[in-house]
Structures are given as C-alpha cells and as structure tokens.
Design a protein around this ligand. Structure first.
Ligand code: BJW
Ligand code: ZN
Length: 248
C-alpha cells in the first residue's frame, strides 16, 4: 500500500470519532449518474429547471418524468465497494455517516445511523403539506423514458405528491442539520465523492477542520475543498476506500 494511504488507514482505525460525508461520486461506480460530471445528470438540464419548488409548481409532470427516469436507473444499481466499506465503519462506536445522495445505496449496503441530508428519491410527501407523513413508493411500471408523468397524489387529501428530497432554496431537516453539526466534532472527517459546492453540506468539512479534525477529501478531481483539507487524495472512492479499511 502507498505510505500515505497506509498512514491514513491507521489513523482511521485509531480514531475514536470518524465522520464520513458522501456525494454522488460514491455511487458513480454503481451506475448512478452524478450531477455535475461530464455525463452528469444535469448536463442537458439545468438544476434550477428541475430541482426547485418553482419548477415543480410550473410543470409537475416534467419534474416527475425526470425523477421517474432516475428512479428506474437507480433501481438497477447495486451498492459498490465504497458503500460497503462505509457500512462497515458505521458499525463502529463513534462513526457518523452523512450523505447528500438520495439513492439509498448506503441504506442497501447496511449503513447504520445514516443521515440523509437531501432526503430519499424513494419517498414522497404531500405538496400541500396537509399533515400526511412521508410515504415510500417503489418504481411505477411506466416507461423509463416517458417525457411526462401524471404526478402521484397524496393518499390523505388527493393533492399532488412530490419527491421527499431537498430542492434548492429549501431548508434541510433541522434534526439532520443538528446531527451533521454534531458530527463535525470528530477526529477524522472524510469528504468522499462530492463536488463540495452545495451548501450547507459543503461547509461541514471546513467546520470539522475548524474544530480540530484531520480532514481528508477523496475525489477523482480537485474541488473547492481540496486546498483547504489536510489531505486530498485523487482517485476513485471504490478503489481508495477498501485500501483504507484495515482488517480487525
Ligand atoms: C468521484 C467518482 C468516483 C465522480 N470516486 N469521486 C450562493 C452561495 C452559497 C450558497 C447558496 C448560494 N445561492 C444559493 C445557495 C444555497 C444553495 C447552494 O448551495 N447553492 C450552490 C449551488 C451555490 N443550497 C441550498 O439551497 C440548500 N438549502 C439551503 O441552503 O437552505 C437555506 C436557504 C434557503 C433559501 C435560500 C438560501 C438558503 C439546499 C441544497 C439542496 C441540494 N439538492 C440537490 C438535489 C437533491 C434532490 C435530487 O437529487 O433530485 O442535492 S442538488 C444536488 O447537488 C444534489 C446533491 O446531493 C448535491 C451535491 O452534489 P454532489 O453529491 O456533490 O454531486 P456532484 O455531481 O456535484 O459531484 C460528484 C463528485 O464526485 C465530483 O466532484 C466528481 O469528481 C466526483 N466523482 N466519480 C470519487 N468514482
Ligand atoms: Zn395531502
């Protein structure tokens, strides 16, 4: 193993408190498109055209078609080696896992105590906020490439349903935000496979470093966080993370 990775593996193994923040790059090897890469989800769609409340208000059938296409694609994906290593770490005392991903592949890999900062693509909520709690729905038997989809409806009031995800301009769940803030009190903070541009998640690695954590970025490319962390490792998460996991 390269000396830098071996030393980091020892540091992770010895850390009483480990926090891992993940982004779309962790699921890329599973076949889930990222948001901002060359073949990213939004190469042909601007995010603000689809992932905002105003886009949904304007054209819910278009927004649902986009989510349906993504759900159909994610349904065919399996967790990869990066998800599995993170799931293993999550079973340690003192480990927190925060994800921006809505694909639930961390859940399927068995990650414990996962904080899903941006929600889940498999959960729905009432657009009119009638009081109905969020509900889960598997993919509908519709063509994955449909250009428009009749939006699902709320079982309680019959209004439109929306994906239970966090769109631009919307606040994260306060309890998730509190848990993420607490997780910045750690010994090692790993930021894995995120472009580190979307706040408040992008601020967490800086906050952890301010509080004394050893901060590490693992990404195929450099990001706005690369120069600020203690160690920036360029490489695929699905290759690097297994090399950071010591047998116990
Ligand atoms: C690999 C790899 C491999 C590939 N191995 N690596 C101006 C300044 C600062 C902030 C703002 C601002 N204007 C507005 C804001 C706030 C805004 C924001 O941050 N905007 C920025 C874009 C500027 N944030 C918000 O609105 C948030 N809410 C909020 O702040 O509330 C308070 C508020 C209210 C009102 C007004 C203002 C503030 C909410 C953000 C919600 C983001 N939601 C989305 C969509 C979720 C639903 C869905 O999926 O449809 O979340 S956007 C999208 O980006 C998604 C992702 O979780 C998120 C992050 O993306 P991620 O995961 O980093 O993916 P990519 O594709 O960007 O990067 C992948 C990376 O992996 C790349 O770096 C690759 O190199 C790498 N990679 N393969 C390792 N194998
Ligand atoms: Zn309702």
């Amino acid at each position: 193993m390269t000396p830098g990775l071996a030393a980091l593996a020892e540091r992770i193994a010895a850390a009483p408190r480990l926090t891992v923040l993940t982004g779309a790059g962790v699921s890329a090897a599973s076949g889930v498109p990222t948001f901002r890469g060359n073949d990213g989800l939004w190469r042909h769609h601007r995010p603000e055209d689809l992932a905002t409340a105003s886009a949904f208000q304007r054209d819910p059938a278009l927004v649902w078609a986009w989510y349906h296409w993504r759900r159909a694609r994610i349904a065919e994906c399996e967790p990869n080696a990066a998800h599995r290593v993170i799931a293993e770490w999550s079973r340690r005392d003192g480990c927190s896992v925060l994800t921006q991903n809505v694909d639930d592949l961390h859940v399927r890999a068995g990650t414990r105590g996962l904080i899903r900062l941006h929600g889940s693509i498999w959960e729905l909520q009432c657009w009119e906020q009638c009081g109905q709690s969020q509900w889960r729905e598997e993919p509908l038997p519709l063509p994955a490439a449909a250009a428009r989809i009749d939006p699902p409806t709320c079982p309680a009031c019959g209004s439109l349903a929306r994906p239970a995800v966090v769109w631009f301009g919307e606040s994260l769940d306060p309890s998730d935000l509190a848990a993420a803030g607490a997780a910045c009190d750690c010994d090692v903070f790993l930021s894995v496979g995120t472009s580190a541009v979307v706040y408040p998640a992008a601020g967490l690695v800086h906050e952890a470093r301010r509080r004394g954590a050893f901060t590490v970025e693992i990404n195929l490319d450099s990001t706005p966080a690369s120069a600020a962390v203690d160690l920036a490792i360029q490489g695929p998460a699905e290759d690097i993370l297994p090399r950071l996991s010591l047998p116990h």
